[in-house]
Design a protein around this ligand. Sequence first.
Ligand code: RFL
Ligand code: PHB
Length: 390
Amino acid sequence: MTVPARTQVAIIGAGPAGLLLGQLLQLRGIDTVILEAKSPDYVLGRIRAGVLEEITVRKLREAGCGDRLAREGLVHHGTGIAFGGSLHRIDIQGLTCGKVVTVYGQTEVTRDLMHARESIGAQTVYEAQDVQLHDLTGTTPSVSWGTRHTLHCDFIAGCDGFHGVSRASIPKDSIRSFERVYPFGWLGVMADVPSLPELVYAHHERGFALCSLRSPTRSRYYVQVPLTDTVDQWSDARFWDELLQRVDPLTASRIVTGPSIEKSIAPLRSFVAEPLRYHRLFLAGDAAHIVPPTGAKGLNLAASDVHYLSEGFISHYRERCDLALDGYSQRALARIWKAERFSWWMTQLLHTFPDQDSFAPRLQQAELQYLISSETAQRLLAENYVGLPT
Ligand code: RFL
Ligand code: PHB
């Protein structure tokens, strides 16, 4: 397929943010072209998120990607918190007037969105090298890639993740960033072994651990590791041994171990760029913000950004009204900062921090005790975990 010379919204990045935005706009008659640096297989090979809020599920349905999600997504009504040798259940559904989360891998979300885009004949350019953004301050911005491709457009949506070109194209004095880097990472392991019925977030003096899943027969586990660790230092045997030490005995007795099919280490970071707009360029998803994965918010925030941004583009083109587009940054940032707060809070509650004073672990214990003894404290967690209203 030859790439047109012009589109209405050029989208940089075919991750969940870019693909979802593309789908919501195309279905409302707004033309988009997506430029993605990597190949489809590479994009689908990245193993990341697993827990979807209701708003994300709703948006995926709106995007025409609800069928497989309804069939294969696992609805979870509660989640476990383990510490001090015991497992405590947070009744997410009971504490939030019936709200739930859905376990469905980011890989599957991306695959469904790719198929949906293909089936409506919308264009994605994969392996677009050296993407550059031009004339952002005028009325006719453009995007170039390779040696001789240029795409003119009305707007550019920067959905190209934390290391993308979009945020980097904004002059330094027009954007501010706020950042916190954590002194540890997560080692994640995927294994085709029977999974636990609910997630378990575990705090232990050896470090944090998380039991998650992709399906009843595919498990996803994480342990907190020092930033200096590499995957080669973690044989499967060492990983399972460490995981079983960090969770409570009941959970440990239920975990089925087996050979890993994927293993990777991710650093943890909190980051927000403000504002999310520079003239004709709008940032969404990880291009604009990063949360540590502890609260399961990254993909969900990408979906809520896209919800606000798609409303802005739709009223621009269909009603000739720019109020929503002009308000995008402020509206999205209000929700982003609440998710940043929750993700930071979950991270500091559950991890062990090297080099902290003797006061901090006592505070952490007090907060964990308070959480399991107070319905009010559990409600706060549950309300944030299922996702705050948009
Ligand atoms: P993505 O997924 O990074 O996609 C960006 C896309 O842009 C492309 N790109 C470029 N394209 C063209 N030109 C360039 N110069 C480009 N530079 C980059 C990239 O190739 C890529 O395809 O960002 P997006 O779409 O904003 O989506 C964000 C989510 O991927 C991310 O927030 C989540 O994965 C975070 N996350 C979780 N989120 C949740 O909501 N629930 C979870 O349970 C959850 N678990 C996780 C996570 C992230 C993790 N890691 C590895 C950081 C667990 C982990 C371990
Ligand atoms: C995952 O399944 O990958 C996952 C689940 C919950 C989190 C983070 C990651 O908080």
